[in-house]
Design a protein around this ligand. Structure first.
Ligand SMILES: Cc1cc2nc3c(=O)[nH]c(=O)nc-3n(C[C@H](O)[C@H](O)[C@H](O)COP(=O)(O)OP(=O)(O)OC[C@H]3O[C@@H](n4cnc5c(N)ncnc54)[C@H](O)[C@@H]3O)c2cc1C
Length: 451
C-alpha cells in the first residue's frame, strides 16, 4: 500500500484520533507522514498566549513521534500538496474542521489535491457529535440550547479509540522547523501537550468534579477543569472525557457534561450561521446604540487593563492579562460590564478576549459574547444586566478572588472589597468607578427600549 499523509490541525494527539487511525490503516505496512502546516492566516490572528501554547503543543507531539513531525510554514493549499507529492501519497487524512475558515481552507486543499489524483479523507472532528448532525425532526437546526442538549445526549457518541501501534513514521525531511515559543515572562501559562491534558483531566476527576455543580460558579475556588485549552488544541478529545465521566455519578458529572455540550452547541450554531462570527444573530437587538469616540476608547482601555474601579471586573481582566484565562462567571461579568455599563460593541470585547485567551475559540467566545449582549441564540434576556457588586459578593463572598488579582485591595476585607468606594478611605492606587452602574443600567434599558 502507498504511504499516507496525516495532516494534524486541531487534534494534536495520538490517542482517540480516528483520522490518524484511518491514515495508519490506509498505509498498511507502508509509512505515515505526520504533517502540521503553520498557516500564517490563523497564526497571525492568534494572540501570544495561543501562539505559545501551539508551539509547545507541537513540541510535545513531535516528541511523541520521535522527532518525525514535518512542519511546513505557508499556505496549506501548496504545503499539503507538496508534502503529499513528496511521499507519493494517494490519501491525505484529517479530522473535519467545521469552522468558517477551516471549511473554506479544506475545500481549497481538497480541490488542489484532487487535481493530482490525491484524496482528502475526513474522519472525526473536534467534537463528540459533529456540528450539523443533530437537527430537529423537521431537519432544521436547533436554535435553543436545552432542546439541543437533550437531542445531543439522546444521539450519544462513539467510544474512544486507542492510539495506533507499530506505525512507521516517515522522517520529517525538508521540515521548516517547529515555530519558536514566544517569550512571555509576565504570563503564567498551563503546560501543553497530550500528557499534560491527560494529567489535568485525571486531577479534575480525582477531586473537583464532585462539587463541580456549585464550585464552577466560584472564581475564588479551583473548582473547574481547566481543560478548555486542551480541548481547543485537541490534546484531548471530548469523547475521551465523556467516556471517563460515565464512571462518575452525581450532579457534578452531570453538570460537567452539560458544559461540554455548550461547546458543541455553539460550534453547531456557527456551522449553520457562519456570518454570526462577527454579526449579531438578533439583528434587531444588535442595532442598539453604542458609544464611540474618545471617552468610549478611554473606557475600553480602563476595562482592558483592569482599572474600572469595579473590583470583580478588574480582577477578571487582570487574571486574563496574567494567565491568559478567566473564570467563566467572571467572563460573563466583565463582558456584561463592557456591553451594558460601558455601551461598547460586543465584537470589540470578543476580539480583545480572543487576543489574550489561551483557550480563545471563535465559536465559544463569540457566541458567549452574543449571549451576554442579548444578541445571540438562547440569549440572556436583554434586560439582564449583571451587577458587578452583587455578583462579586455572591460568587466571591470573602473577596479571595479580588484580593488575588488586585493587589491594591489586598488589605481590604469583604464585603468592602467589592465596593471600595464605601470604605472610609479609597485604597491607595485603586481607581474610583469610571461609571455609575445604576445609571448605566437605566441607560442600557432605555437604549434597548428604543430598538
Ligand atoms: C464572554 C465569554 C467568552 C468565552 N470565551 C471562550 C473561549 O474563547 N473558549 C472557550 O473554550 N470557552 C469560552 N468561554 C466559555 C467558558 O468560560 C470557558 O470554556 C471556561 O471558563 C473554561 O474553563 P474550564 O475548562 O475550567 O471550564 P469548565 O467549567 O471546567 O468546563 C468544561 C468545559 O466545558 C466547556 N464550556 C464550559 N462553559 C462553556 C460555555 N459557556 N460555552 C462553551 N463551552 C463551555 C469548555 O470546553 C470547558 O473547558 C467563554 C465564556 C464567556 C462568558
Amino acid at each position: 500500500m502507498p504511504n499516507t499523509l496525516m495532516w494534524f490541525r486541531r487534534d494534536l494527539r495520538l490517542t482517540d484520533n480516528p483520522a490518524l487511525l484511518a491514515a495508519v490503516s490506509a498505509a498498511g505496512t507502508d509509512g505515515v507522514q505526520a504533517l502540521f502546516v503553520l498557516d500564517p492566516v490563523p497564526f497571525r490572528a492568534s494572540g501570544r498566549a495561543r501562539t505559545s501554547h501551539l508551539a509547545r503543543s507541537l513540541r510535545a507531539l513531535d516528541r511523541s513521534l520521535d522527532g518525525r513531525l514535518l512542519v511546513r510554514h505557508g499556505d496549506p493549499v501548496d504545503e499539503v500538496l507538496r508534502a503529499a507529492a513528496a511521499i507519493d501519497a494517494e490519501e491525505v487524512h484529517v479530522a473535519a474542521d467545521y469552522g468558517p475558515y477551516g471549511r473554506r481552507r479544506d475545500q481549497r486543499v481538497e480541490e488542489a489535491l484532487a487535481g493530482h489524483g490525491i484524496t482528502l479523507h475526513r474522519a472525526g472532528s473536534p467534537y463528540a457529535v459533529a456540528p450539523g448532525r443533530i437537527r430537529k425532526p423537521d431537519g432544521s437546526p436547533y436554535r435553543v440550547f436545552t432542546p439541543y442538549s437533550k437531542a445531543w445526549r439522546a444521539h450519544g457518541w462513539r467510544a474512544p479509540v486507542a492510539a495506533p501501534r507499530g506505525v512507521t513514521w516517515l522522517p520529517a525531511q525538508g521540515s521548516d522547523g517547529l515555530p519558536a515559543v514566544p517569550e512571555l515572562p509576565d504570563v503564567d501559562l498551563p503546560d501543553a501537550g497530550e500528557d499534560a491534558a491527560r494529567k489535568q483531566l485525571t486531577a479534575f476527576l480525582d477531586g473537583p468534579i464532585r462539587d463541580y455543580a456549585t464550585d464552577r460558579d466560584r472564581p475564588d475556588r479551583d473548582g473547574t477543569s481547566r481543560l478548555s485549552v486542551h480541548l481547543k488544541y485537541g490534546e484531548l478529545h471530548p469523547r475521551t472525557i465523556l467516556a471517563e465521566l460515565s464512571g462518575h455519578r452525581g450532579t457534578g458529572a452531570d453538570t460537567f457534561r452539560t458544559e461540554l455540550c455548550w461547546r458543541e452547541f455553539y460550534a453547531d450554531v456557527l456551522f449553520h450561521r457562519p456570518e454570526s462570527l462577527w454579526e449579531s444573530l438578533d439583528q434587531r437587538v444588535g442595532r442598539i446604540h453604542i458609544d464611540s469616540g474618545r471617552t468610549a476608547d478611554e473606557r475600553f482601555a480602563a476595562w482592558a487593563s483592569g482599572r474600572t474601579g469595579y473590583p470583580v471586573v478588574d480582577a477578571g481582566m487582570r487574571q486574563l492579562l496574567n494567565v491568559g484565562w478567566m473564570h467563566n462567571r467572571v467572563r460573563m461579568i466583565t463582558a456584561s460590564f463592557l456591553v451594558k455599563d460601558l455601551h461598547l460593541p460586543w465584537q470589540r470585547g470578543a476580539a480583545h478576549f480572543l487576543d489574550l485567551l489561551v483557550d480563545g475559540d471563535y465559536a465559544s467566545n463569540n457566541h458567549n459574547w452574543q449571549w451576554v449582549a442579548g444578541t445571540g441564540t438562547d440569549a440572556a434576556p436583554y434586560v439582564r444586566v449583571f451587577n458587578p457588586v452583587t455578583q462579586g459578593k455572591k460568587f466571591d463572598p470573602d473577596g479571595v478572588y479580588v484580593r488575588t488579582w488586585v493587589p491594591e485591595l489586598s488589605g481590604v476585607e469583604s464585603p468592602g472589597v467589592h465596593e471600595p468606594w464605601t470604605l472610609p478611605e479609597q485604597p491607595d492606587g485603586y481607581p474610583e468607578p469610571i461609571v455609575d452602574h445604576a445609571a448605566e443600567r437605566k441607560e442600557t434599558l432605555a437604549r434597548f427600549a428604543r430598538v
